[in-house]
Design a protein around this ligand. Structure first.
Ligand code: FES
Length: 144
């Protein structure tokens, strides 16, 4: 292990400990640290962007494939709660159709994350609202 790798893993451990102490589950922490779906999809079919009342901003990018979500990503400029919630939303919608995606609410995401601090529940709302804004815009576009 190089010095830089050792420092990075020590830093990750510190972050994990801090998040655990603040009330995040290991699942939520893993989403935050690994950020598996962070980024943009340049040729996305469905997108939206939202800023929460806290000032944090996120955008969602969905690429459809044969009637289901083939790929999805979030670009998040926000807190650990926002990032973990956004990553959980992607795991929920990948491989599913848009009717299913429309059924996702705060409770669905909370079940995946298991535990995040009460003060961070609005971060889940931001991830869900961003998804629904994108789905509503897409539906409007399709019916035009
Ligand atoms: Fe703004 Fe978490 S504090 S989304």
């Amino acid at each position: 292990m190089t010095q830089i790798q050792a420092a990075t893993s020590a830093e990750t451990k510190t972050i994990e400990e801090m998040l655990t102490a603040s009330g995040y589950s290991q699942t939520a922490i893993d989403y935050y640290i690994n950020k598996p779906y962070m980024g943009q999809i340049p040729d996305a079919d469905i997108t939206s962007e939202m800023t929460g009342t806290c000032g944090d901003t996120m955008g969602i990018y969905i690429k459809m494939d044969n009637g289901v979500v083939g790929d999805a990503k979030y670009q998040v400029m926000g807190c650990a709660g926002a990032i973990s919630a956004a990553m959980a939303v992607v795991d929920l919608i990948k491989g599913k159709d848009l009717d299913y995606a429309r059924t996702i609410d705060d409770g669905t995401v909370f079940k995946v994350l298991q535990e995040i601090p009460v003060k961070k529940h609005h971060c889940i709302q931001l991830a869900v609202k961003t998804l629904h804004k994108a789905l509503d815009a897409h539906r409007l576009q399709q019916s035009a």
